[in-house]
Design a binder for this molecule. Structure first.
Ligand code: NDP
Length: 313
């Protein structure tokens, strides 16, 4: 397979990847970015982003990622549309195969592969995606101010999203599929102490209902009594977990049970020299564009220092 040498390889093209690219390119490292299957990342699937500093009027997600890309390209980032299908971090330099076609041989690698929200898998969920269905209350909750909404899930994310939405919405249904929540005790307590959250236990989502343009309700079933009911809601938030896109790194890097990569605290460094991680691939708690961008910056600075210390640049 044809090989190509690069100083810095960035895998992934969300806010973390582009920020790493901007820093690495401005440092003269001529980074090569391989975009992944969803160029621009999760933000390309949202509408308005109103919580990213610097955009006082808000900006639409895809446009924001075009801006990130332009800024990275302005300083000479080499952007390749494609997928890294496998890596080899056993020796130095590190290797990454792109689309099974060629191999990049990189002195430093910044992983910015992100995570994907899990969905229930209902056709109606897909139909009303961004028309009332969302997987991020912090991103989209504001648009449901004053409206009744439902959150599906029973973990910390669901608890956090439900309490967040309860500050904006008069009524929040929390749909938990078992008779208990997986969330931490403190988060559960917060849910129970919020009067406008109604927890529906043993409750599964059958169908998201709508008028063709917007969500108008949800049909749910109690899996103990088999009773079905329809709830009038205008927003449906899926909060059943995320999956970090880290499968290809499994045999090289430390990760938790879900696949979130582990970094040395306070840095973007992994246990392998020259391999750095940024963004949601290593963040199961904050998962915001701005935090991803922040860790992308850290990864590029750590990579630059590594290359200097090793005498590579
Ligand atoms: P979790 O995997 O912890 O929880 C997922 C929840 O969704 C579970 O209650 C699960 O039910 C439910 N679920 C899964 N699939 C379905 C389905 N098909 N239908 C209905 N319900 C479903 O994911 P989280 O995103 O909540 O949390 C991930 C990790 O991030 C955890 O370690 C969490 O502690 C951490 N986190 C920490 C935060 C913080 O510290 N502030 C904030 C957010 C997350 P069941 O229990 O029955 O499997």
């Amino acid at each position: 397979m044809e090989q190509e040498k690069v100083k810095v390889l960035i895998i992934g093209s969300g806010p973390a990847g582009y920020t790493a690219a901007i820093y690495a390119a401005r440092a003269g490292l001529k980074p090569v970015m391989v975009t992944g299957g969803e160029p621009g990342g999760q933000l390309t699937t949202t509408n308005d982003v109103e919580n990213y500093p610097g955009y006082p009027e808000g900006i639409n997600g895809p446009q924001m990622m075009v801006d990130f890309q332009k800024q990275a390209e302005r300083f000479g980032t080499d952007i390749r549309y494609g997928m890294v299908t496998s890596v080899d971090f056993n020796g130095y330099p590190h290797k990454a195969v792109v689309d099974e076609k060629y191999e990049l041989v990189a002195e430093a690698v910044v992983i910015a592969t992100g995570a994907s929200a899990k969905y229930l898998g209902l056709p109606s969920e897909e139909k009303y995606y961004n028309k009332g269905v969302s997987a991020c209350a912090v991103c989209d909750g504001f648009f449901y101010k004053g409206k009744t909404v439902a959150v599906a899930g029973g973990g910390d994310t669901a608890a956090e999203e439900a309490t967040y939405l309860a500050n904006l919405c008069p009524k929040v249904y929390l749909l938990v599929r078992r008779d208990e929540m997986r969330a931490s005790k403190i988060m559960q307590k917060r849910v129970m102490n919020t009067p406008n959250i109604e927890v529906l236990w043993n409750t599964e989502t059958d169908e998201i209902l709508g008028d063709g343009d917007n969500v108008t309700g949800v049909r749910v079933t109690n899996n103990q009594s088999n009773e079905t009911q329809e709830l009038d809601i205008e927003g449906f938030f899926v909060a059943i977990g995320h999956k970090p896109n880290t499968d290809i790194f499994k045999s090289f890097l430390d990760m938790d049970d879900t696949g979130y990569l582990k970094v040395n605290p306070g840095t973007a460094k992994t246990k392998i020299k020259g391999v750095f991680v940024s963004g949601d691939a290593a963040d199961k708690v904050y998962r915001q564009a701005v935090t991803a961008a922040g860790t992308g910056c850290m990864a590029a600075l750590d990579a630059e220092r590594y290359l200097t210390e090793e005498g590579i640049i």
